[in-house]
Ligand binder design. Structure first.
Ligand code: C2E
Ligand code: MG
Ligand code: MG
Ligand code: MG
Length: 287
C-alpha cells in the first residue's frame, strides 16, 4: 500500500510539473507573439515629493495587454522573460518608450519629471546596457539627468565587480541610479557603500503594515536615516494611506509612490492625471 501511495504521489507531482512546464512554454510562445504584435504597454505611476506634494517623477511599469483586452501583470511574465532572455528586448523597448514619452511631455509643457525604468539582472549584466542607454537618450533627445534606472539587489550582488563597473559607466552618462525593493535581499550598509547609487527605494512590504507593526516603522525609519547618511534620495513604495504618508513625512522621507495618489496609469490617463493633479496630502497630520 505504501508503494502505491508513493507511486500516486509521484504521479500527481509529475502531472503538476507538466502543467507548470506547459504553462511556461505557452506563456513564452505567446509573449514572443505579443512583442511582435505590439501588445506590450508602458504604464506610469506618479512619484510625489513628500515635503511639498508636487509630482516630480514617475516609474515606468510594463503591462501586457492581450488581443482580448486582458491585462497581464509583469510578475506573470517578467520571470519567464528573464529566463528566456526575452527580457532584454522587452526592457529596451520600455526604456525607449519611456524616454520618447518623457521628451514629448517636456515639449508639451508638462512639469519637469524624472522617469524611472526597471532594469532586470539579465539586461543589466549581459547586454551592453550603457551603450543601449546612450543610444536611446541620443535618439529620443531625453536628457540623461531626467532618467533613473532601477536595479535590484540580485542584479548588483550576482557579479559585484562587473556591476560596479557598469554602474560607473551609466553614471558617466549622467543618469541616476536607484536600488529597488530595498530590504528584501542581502542589503547592508557596507555593501551599499560599494555601489554608486543615488536613490534608495524602500520595499513596499515595510510600508504596508504601518502603523500596525511598530517593527516595520522602526525598520523604515532606520532605512531612511541610513540612506540620508549615504546622501541618497529615499523613495517609499506602496503608500496606500494618509497615515503611512504622515509617518514617512515625520521621518523626512523624500518621495513616495502608491495607490494613495495613483495606480500606474496608461499614457493618456497619466497625462490627464498630470493636468488635474492638486497636492492634497501634504498637510496630513504627523503621527
Ligand atoms: P517594482 O519595480 O518594485 O514596482 C512597484 C510595484 O508596486 C508595481 O507593481 C506597482 O504597481 C506596485 N504598487 C505601486 N503602488 C502600490 C500600492 O500602493 N500598493 C500595492 N500593493 N502595490 C503598489 P507591478 O506594476 O505589478 O510590477 C511588479 C514588478 O514587475 C516591479 O516591481 C518590477 O520588479 C517588475 N517590472 C515591471 N515593469 C518592468 C520592466 O519594464 N522591466 C523589468 N525588468 N521589470 C519590470
Ligand atoms: Mg521598480
Ligand atoms: Mg520595488
Ligand atoms: Mg509586513
Amino acid at each position: 500500500q505504501a508503494k502505491n501511495e508513493g507511486r500516486n504521489r509521484f504521479k500527481y507531482f509529475s502531472e503538476d510539473l507538466t502543467r507548470a512546464a506547459r504553462e511556461r512554454i505557452d506563456i513564452e510562445i505567446r509573449l514572443r507573439q505579443a512583442i511582435e504584435q505590439g501588445e506590450l504597454r508602458v504604464f506610469f505611476q506618479p512619484q510625489i515629493c513628500i515635503d511639498n506634494g508636487a509630482v516630480v517623477g514617475a516609474e515606468a511599469l510594463v503591462r501586457w495587454q492581450t488581443a482580448s483586452g486582458e491585462l497581464i501583470p509583469p510578475l506573470r511574465f517578467i520571470p519567464i522573460a528573464e529566463e528566456t532572455g526575452l527580457i532584454t528586448s522587452i526592457g529596451n523597448w520600455v526604456l525607449r518608450e519611456t524616454c520618447r514619452n518623457g521628451q514629448r511631455w517636456r515639449q508639451t509643457g508638462f512639469p519637469p519629471l524624472r522617469l524611472a525604468v526597471n532594469l532586470s539582472p539579465q539586461q543589466f549584466l549581459h547586454s551592453d546596457i550603457s551603450d543601449v542607454v546612450a543610444k536611446v537618450l541620443e535618439e529620443t533627445g531625453f536628457p540623461a539627468e531626467r532618467l533613473e534606472l532601477e536595479l535590484t539587489e540580485s542584479a548588483l550582488m550576482k557579479r559585484e565587480k562587473e556591476a560596479i563597473e557598469i554602474l560607473h559607466k551609466l553614471h558617466g552618462l549622467g543618469v541616476h541610479l536607484a536600488i529597488d525593493d530595498f530590504g528584501t535581499g542581502y542589503s547592508s550598509l557596507a555593501y551599499l557603500k560599494l555601489f554608486p547609487l543615488d536613490v534608495l527605494k524602500i520595499d513596499k512590504s515595510f510600508i504596508e503594515d504601518i502603523p500596525q507593526h511598530t517593527d516595520d516603522m522602526e525598520i523604515t525609519a532606520t532605512i531612511i536615516a541610513m540612506a540620508k547618511t549615504l546622501r541618497m534620495r529615499v523613495v517609499a513604495e506602496g503608500v496606500e494611506t494618509a497615515e503611512q504618508l504622515a509617518f514617512l513625512k515625520s521621518r523626512q522621507c523624500d518621495l513616495y509612490q502608491g495607490y494613495l495618489t495613483s495606480k500606474p496609469l496608461p499614457v493618456a490617463e497619466f497625462e490627464k492625471f498630470l493636468t488635474d493633479y492638486r497636492p492634497i496630502n501634504n498637510h496630513a497630520p504627523l503621527v
